[in-house]
Design a protein around this ligand. Structure first.
Ligand code: NOJ
Length: 736
C-alpha cells in the first residue's frame, strides 16, 4: 500500500537528480549577483502582467518576471529584450495560472481530489506542463493547498477540499507532475504552492476575509501540505491575501522566514499574490506603499506581483537603512537560483511551432477523460436506475447539458470551448436524444421553457437533467451565502419528476451545493465538479455503464449553508449529539429549557451533514469484512499493519476508494473525531474478493500537542477501514 507517503520519494528524487548541479548553480548565482547594480537587483524582484508593452522596461533590466502572456511569439519577443538587450542578459521568467490544465482542461482541482487518485492527478499536471511550456510558460501558480471547509467560499473549487491528508497527496502529485524529473527540462513547469496561509479559512466563506487560526491549528491542519510540497521540491510559494490572527501573510516574518526558511529549509522563491504587498495598506498594517514594501521584503518576500512598490521604493528603503542590502541579495539569490534551475540561461526561447503540435494530443484527451470519469461522484441510485441500459430514447435537459464554456470551470484561461465535449454531444452517440434545455443558464429564473421539456419527456424512456453552476459562480471572489441550485433549476428537476419517467440528475458545479431536496426529486444523481474538456464523454460513459463511478467527496455535503463550516474531522465537543436530536417541529409547546438534551446540533437541520466526506456510491456493492490489526499494542517506531477483505458483491467490475481513518481517543489537547490516514483505489471484478492491507507507521499519528511539540502521544486509538468517513466499525489499539 502506498500509505508511506509519496513525499519521501519526491524528496529523494529531487536531491538525487539535482545535487551536483546545485553546487554550480550557487556559484553562478553569486557570480552574477556580484555584477548587479542595486537597480538591476530590484528589477529582478518585480513581476508585471503583460508582454509587448513592457519591452523597454525589460531591456532596461527593470522586470524579472511577467505573467499572463501565452503566445510563443510574444514570449520570445520579450525574452529577447531580456536576454539580448538588458545589460546582464538575465532571462525573464514567464508565468501563468495553469490551474487544471492549459489547453486540455482537466476537472477543477476539487474534482481531481474526488478521484482519490494521485497518479492521474500527477499525470494531469504533467500534461498541463507539456502544453504550457510549449507556449513559453515556465511557472504556474498552482497547486492551491488551502484547506477549505466552507463551500460558500468560491475558491473551494481550486483546492483539494477539507482534509489535510488528501491535500498532501494531491499537492505533492501536482508538484511532481508540473516540475517533472528535471527542473532544467524544457517541459518542467515550476510549481507555486499557494496561498500561504490560511486563505481557505476566510470567516463566513467570504473571499479575502480575515482568518482566525491558532498556531497549533496552522501546524496540524494548514501547514502539512505546504511542508510536504516543499519537501517534494516545489520551487516557489505564494503568500496569501488574508491575515491570520491580525498578521497579513505578505508581511508575516514568522511565516515566511522562521517557518518556511528556518524550520522547513525552503530555498525556493517567494512571490506575493496580486498586489498583496500593496494591500498591507488597505489592511491597515502598513502606512503606505513604501512601508508595505519594507514590511514585505523584510518578512521574506522575494518577488512582488503587481503592487509596483518594490520598483518604486526599495532603493530609498535601502538608502535609509530600512532594508539591508543583504536582504535584497538573499531575495535576488532565490530568484536567480530558480532561473538557473529551470535552465533559462541555457534555453531562454521556445520553439514557436511547438504549442500547436502538443495541444489536445490524443493521450492528453484520454487522461483528461479518465480523470473526469474518476472524479464523478454517484450520490444516489434508487432501484439501480443507473446505468441507463435499457433506455433507447432519452430526454436531455437542463442548462449544463450543453455548456461547453461552463463545464471547463474556473481558471480555464487557456481552455477553448470549441474543443469541449459536452454531455449532449457525447450522449448522442449512445441514445436517440431529444434535447430541450428547459432553462437558458444556471441562474435562469425564466420557467417558460420547462413546459416544452415536460412535453418532450413523454416521448422518452428516461430523463437526464443537467444542472449546476456556470463557471463564473465559483472561483476567486465568487462566494455565495446560499448553496442551493440557482435560478429555477430545482423547479426543472421537480417538473421532470412529475412526468413519472426515471429521472437522472447530473450536477455540474464548482463546489458542494445543498442538493438534499433535489435528490428527493430524482431517482439517481451524479455529481461532477466542473469536469473540463472531456467531461461530456466521461459522463456519457458513466450513464451508459461503460464506466462505473468511483469518485468520493473531498468535502462534506451540507443540508443547509447555515451549517458551514462543517467538516468531518472536527475536534470532539464536550456534548456530542448522541442521536437523540429533537427537531424544530417535534418540540412540545412550552418545552422546558433543558428538555432538548443540550447537545451539539441545529434544531432545523440536526446534527449530521447531508452526506459525509469520502462519500460516493458505485453501480456495484462492496462489502468490508475481517478487518484485523497485527497487534493490539504498538511502540513508537512500529508500523501498524491493517488487513481487510473487500468483496465486490454486485454485478459490475468496479473500483472502491478504501479509506483508513484513525481517532486518538485522549490527547493533551482535544483531538479530531476522525482523521484520514490513508486511502487506496482497489479494483475488483464482479464477484471478486481480495485481502488487502494498509501499513501505517505509528509516527504518522504524531501531531502538534499542548507543548507545541510534534509527537505521538501514547494512549488509546481507534481505527476504521471503510468506504466513507461515516461508515465502518471502530477497531481499538494502543500506543505504548
Ligand atoms: C490572484 C489569485 O489569488 C492567485 O491565486 C493567482 O495566482 C494570481 N491572482 C495571479 O493571477
Amino acid at each position: 500500500m502506498k500509505i508511506k507517503s509519496l513525499l519521501l520519494i519526491g524528496a529523494l528524487f529531487a536531491v538525487g537528480c539535482s545535487a551536483p548541479k546545485e553546487d554550480q548553480i550557487d556559484k553562478r548565482v553569486n557570480d552574477l549577483l556580484g555584477k548587479m547594480t542595486l537597480e538591476e537587483k530590484i528589477g529582478q524582484m518585480n513581476q508585471v502582467s503583460g508582454g509587448y508593452q513592457f519591452i523597454d522596461q525589460i531591456a532596461a533590466g527593470n522586470i524579472g518576471s511577467i505573467l499572463n502572456i501565452v503566445d510563443p511569439v510574444e514570449v520570445n519577443a520579450v525574452q529577447k529584450a531580456a536576454v539580448e538587450q538588458s545589460r546582464l542578459g538575465i532571462p525573464l521568467l514567464v508565468s501563468r495560472d495553469v490551474i487544471h490544465g492549459f489547453r486540455t482542461i482537466f476537472p477543477i482541482p476539487l474534482g481531481m481530489a474526488a478521484t482519490f487518485n494521485p497518479e492521474i492527478v500527477e499525470k494531469g499536471a504533467r500534461i498541463a506542463a507539456i502544453e504550457a511550456t510549449a507556449s513559453g510558460v515556465r511557472w504556474t501558480f498552482s497547486p492551491m493547498l488551502d484547506i477549505a471547509r466552507d463551500s460558500r467560499w468560491g475558491r473551494v473549487a481550486e483546492g483539494s477540499g477539507e482534509d489535510p491528508y488528501l491535500d498532501v497527496q494531491m499537492g505533492v502529485a501536482m508538484v511532481k507532475g508540473y516540475q517533472g524529473d528535471n527542473y532544467a527540462d524544457p517541459t518542467s513547469l515550476a510549481a507555486c504552492v499557494k496561498h500561504f496561509v490560511g486563505y481557505g479559512a476566510a470567516e463566513g466563506g467570504r473571499d479575502y476575509n480575515t482568518a482566525m487560526i491558532s498556531e497549533r491549528a496552522l501546524r496540524n491542519t494548514y501547514f502539512p501540505a505546504f511542508k510536504a510540497c516543499v519537501e517534494a521540491g516545489a520551487l516557489t510559494l505564494m503568500t496569501s491575501f488574508n491575515d491570520v490572527d491580525g498578521l497579513p501573510s505578505t508581511g508575516n516574518d514568522w511565516l515566511l522566514t522562521d517557518i518556511l526558511r528556518g524550520e522547513w529549509g525552503f530555498d525556493g522563491m517567494v512571490v506575493t499574490d496580486w498586489n498583496s504587498s500593496g494591500e498591507l495598506v488597505s489592511h491597515g498594517y502598513a502606512e503606505d506603499l513604501k512601508d508595505a514594501t519594507a514590511l514585505s521584503v523584510n518578512a521574506g518576500v522575494d518577488m512582488d506581483m503587481m503592487s509596483f512598490g518594490f520598483v518604486q521604493h526599495i532603493k530609498a528603503l535601502v538608502e535609509e537603512g530600512r532594508i539591508s542590502e543583504k536582504t535584497i541579495d538573499n531575495a535576488v539569490r532565490n530568484i536567480l537560483r530558480l532561473k538557473f534551475r529551470l535552465g533559462l540561461f541555457e534555453n531562454p526561447y521556445v520553439d514557436e511551432t511547438l504549442a500547436a503540435k502538443v495541444a489536445y494530443a490524443p493521450e492528453h484527451l484520454e487522461a483528461a477523460k479518465q480523470c473526469a470519469t474518476e472524479s464523478v461522484i454517484l450520490l444516489q441510485n434508487n432501484n439501480n436506475t443507473l446505468p441507463l441500459k435499457s433506455a433507447k430514447t432519452i430526454l436531455v435537459t437542463g442548462p449544463m447539458a450543453d455548456a461547453p464554456y461552463d463545464q471547463l470551470g474556473t481558471w480555464a484561461f487557456d481552455g477553448e470551448e470549441q474543443h469541449t465535449v459536452t454531455p449532449l454531444d457525447a450522449l448522442k452517440n449512445d441514445y436517440k436524444v431529444i434535447y430541450e434545455p428547459g432553462l437558458g443558464y444556471s441562474r435562469d429564473n425564466n420557467t417558460s421553457g420547462i413546459a416544452a421539456a415536460k412535453a418532450a419527456a413523454r416521448r422518452a424512456d428516461a430523463v437526464v437533467v443537467f444542472v449546476g453552476e456556470e463557471a463564473i459562480l465559483s472561483g476567486e471572489a465568487h462566494c455565495l451565502s446560499q448553496l442551493n441550485l440557482q435560478g429555477a433549476q430545482s423547479k426543472l428537476i421537480a417538473a421532470m419528476k412529475a412526468t413519472g419517467k426515471p429521472v437522472v440528475v447530473v450536477v455540474i458545479a464548482g463546489r458542494m451545493l445543498t442538493i438534499e431536496k433535489d435528490m428527493a426529486q430524482c431517482d439517481a444523481m451524479l455529481y461532477s465538479l466542473h469536469p473540463g474538456t472531456m467531461g461530456g464523454a466521461a459522463i456519457a460513459d458513466l450513464i451508459t455503464g461503460r464506466a462505473v463511478p468511483s469518485g468520493k467527496s473531498p468535502m462534506t455535503f451540507l443540508r443547509d449553508a447555515g451549517q458551514a463550516p462543517f467538516y468531518y474531522n472536527h475536534p470532539m465537543t464536550g456534548r456530542p449529539n448522541n442521536g437523540t436530536e429533537t427537531l424544530l417541529n417535534d418540540i412540545p409547546i412550552k418545552a422546558g429549557q433543558t428538555s432538548l438534551g443540550c447537545t451539539s446540533y441545529y434544531l432545523d437541520s440536526g446534527y449530521g451533514p447531508h452526506l459525509p466526506f469520502g462519500y460516493g456510491l458505485s453501480y456495484t456493492t462492496f462489502e468490508y469484512s475481517d478487518i484485523t490489526l497485527d497487534k493490539q499494542q504498538y511502540a513508537a517506531d512500529d508500523t501498524i499493519v491493517v488487513e481487510y477483505t473487500l468483496a465486490n458483491t454486485g454485478s459490475y467490475d468496479a473500483t472502491e476508494v478504501v479509506q483508513l481513518y484513525v481517532r486518538d481517543l485522549v490527547g493533551s489537547v482535544v483531538r479530531p473525531v476522525k482523521e484520514l490516514k490513508g486511502f487506496e483505489r482497489v479494483a475488483l471484478k464482479a464477484g471478486e474478493t481480495k485481502r488487502c492491507r494498509f501499513e501505517l507507521p505509528v509516527s504518522e499519528l504524531a501531531y502538534w500537542n499542548r507543548d507545541m511539540k510534534y509527537v505521538v502521544e501514547p494512549g488509546k486509538f481507534q481505527l476504521w477501514v471503510a468506504g466513507d468517513s461515516a461508515s465502518g466499525e471502530a477497531h481499538s489499539f494502543e500506543v505504548k
